[in-house]
Design a protein around this ligand. Structure first.
Ligand SMILES: [Zn+2]
Length: 480
């Protein structure tokens, strides 16, 4: 009866009695305690997988929100459809073997991937299309249930979208060709070699495109994958400005120590530096930027271009975006060449990386521009454009909807804008007060980069230094 009340079985009662007789009153300890089951992973192994994936994604992911059906979030990272999860696991496995650490099984790897990097997806070949394309295609596939009028509406919507993407692309291509033709009779070598690239000194229209590439890690030794995959080496960002008419792309190499983030102030400052030091000094500029993130299509950039025309640094500027999901343009090609070279060379400093960039194309397509030196000395200053210009300009409402913006010295402070290349043009006065203009030849305050934290310097010295080529240790991971 007693046993029944306490829900104990005969045998359990006997074992308890035995325990009491041996140890007195103290909690019984399970035989497995203090021994982890075989399949439990150590903290270090899990962290290894996590760091590996972080590094892999930083170097290989494309981030194009407009492109991924079903995902609206901006922080979705996409690995190209030529990769597979098993392929990523094999790289991981090789790195583990080379560094003599425990390899987790493919199944466990996938679990950890889902757990720590749920926002990293691999695009399927079919989904390399944009969101609109994908939706339209889906609708058409289910068209059997639709009425004839709905069907033809559906086909028309898709056709319109494709035509639109096509005409925007043609507009971009034509601008590039026109720029090339305009530069043909000019001795561009001499124009580029000039000491100063004085604004409006060349009476032509020149087209430029700019974008960020994925950052790289330094040191990087593709011949010897291994322990470094589980560490966080020194990071280097890349921002490219392409002049298609030459063609020539200047790549800003942004060492971690001189990075001021990827915001509007930084991006505008790089473009500003480009015009001052690498531009052709043309009177009229046409620019294309990537559509996907806020650092390009924002009011600060509009204010900056309005400011340039007010300051007589350009007679006119157009600023255009391709349709999201159909944005492949010239900088992607140049970045591809850099990436290709990077994947087969041991690169162990910012300066080696700069050399790699310059030699990544046999016809000298890619140039390198250091944003700063390894010890944090700034070469390309970042200005606080947003605060400075915010005193004089106001915001254009609904900016996201539009793909083309135009500025001209004939209409100081005004932006002309349209949705698509064939849409009617509207205008908006950006100046808060026509009588109050930004003062000539005054630049905004400089924003200094934070530099490497003490913790980071210590980390580089302790964990990364041993991976550097002899002679480059003090460039990448000096004693803190
Ligand atoms: Zn599309």
């Amino acid at each position: 009866m007693f046993l029944h009340l306490y829900g104990l079985s005969d045998s359990r009662f006997r074992r308890l009695k035995e325990h009491y007789q041996t140890y007195g009153i103290c909690p019984r300890i399970h035989g497995n305690t203090k021994r982890l089951p075989e399949n439990t992973l150590s903290q270090a192994t899990v962290e290894g997988v996590c760091t590996f994936l972080t590094n892999y994604v930083e170097e290989n992911a494309i981030s194009l929100p407009g492109r991924i059906p079903g995902f609206k979030s901006d922080d979705i990272k996409v690995l190209s459809s030529s990769e597979s999860k098993i392929g990523v696991w094999r790289v991981y496995e090789a790195a583990c073997v080379a560094s003599d650490v425990r390899v987790v099984s493919y199944r466990k790897f996938l679990q950890l991937w889902d757990q720590f990097h749920p926002n990293v997806v691999i695009s399927k070949p079919a989904t390399d299309l944009c969101f609109t394309c994908q939706q339209n295609t889906n609708k058409l596939q289910r068209a059997a249930n639709l009425s004839d009028s709905e069907k033809s509406e559906c086909v028309k919507a898709h056709q319109d979208h494709l035509n639109c993407a096509q005409s925007e692309r043609e507009h971009y291509r034509n601008s590039c060709i026109n720029s090339e033709n305009a530069l043909e009779p000019i001795d561009t070598e001499t124009a580029l070699d000039r000491e100063s690239h004085e604004a409006c000194s060349l009476n032509v229209t020149v087209h430029y495109s700019f974008d960020y590439a994925q950052q790289v890690h330094i040191p990087s030794n593709p011949m010897q994958p291994g322990p470094i995959y589980f560490k966080t080496p020194r990071k280097c960002g890349i921002f490219g400005v392409m002049c298609e008419g030459l063609p020539r792309q200047v790549n800003f190499l942004i060492d971690e120590a001189t990075s001021a983030g990827k915001g509007a102030n930084t991006t505008i400052s790089y473009v500003h530096y480009y015009f001052e030091h690498h531009g052709l000094g043309e009177t009229d500029a046409q620019l294309n930027a990537d559509n996907c993130s806020g650092q390009n299509k924002n009011n600060y950039f509009l204010w900056y271009f309005a400011w340039r025309t007010l300051m007589k640094l350009h007679h006119s500027i157009t600023y255009s975006f391709l349709i999201a999901g159909h944005t492949k343009f010239a900088p992607d090609h140049s970045f591809g060449l850099i990436k290709k070279a990077f994947k087969v060379m041991y690169v162990s400093s910012l300066y080696e990386f700069a050399r790699l960039v310059e030699t990544s194309s046999t016809r000298g397509l890619n140039k390198a521009q250091l944003v700063g030196t390894h010890d944090g000395r700034v070469i390309v200053p970042v200005y606080d454009w947003s605060s400075f210009l915010g005193q004089y300009f106001k915001k254009l409402p609904n900016i996201k909807k539009f793909h083309h913006f135009r500025f001209s010295n004939e209409n100081p402070g005004k932006v002309f804008y349209k949705e698509f290349v064939s849409s009617p043009e509207q205008s908006f006065m950006l100046l808060k007060n026509n009588a109050i203009l930004p003062p000539p030849s005054i630049l905004p305050d400089i924003v200094n980069p934070d530099g490497l934290t003490e913790e980071r310097r210590n980390y580089l010295f302790r964990k990364i230094r041993q991976f550097c080529k002899p002679g480059t240790e003090d460039i990448v991971a000096p004693a803190p």
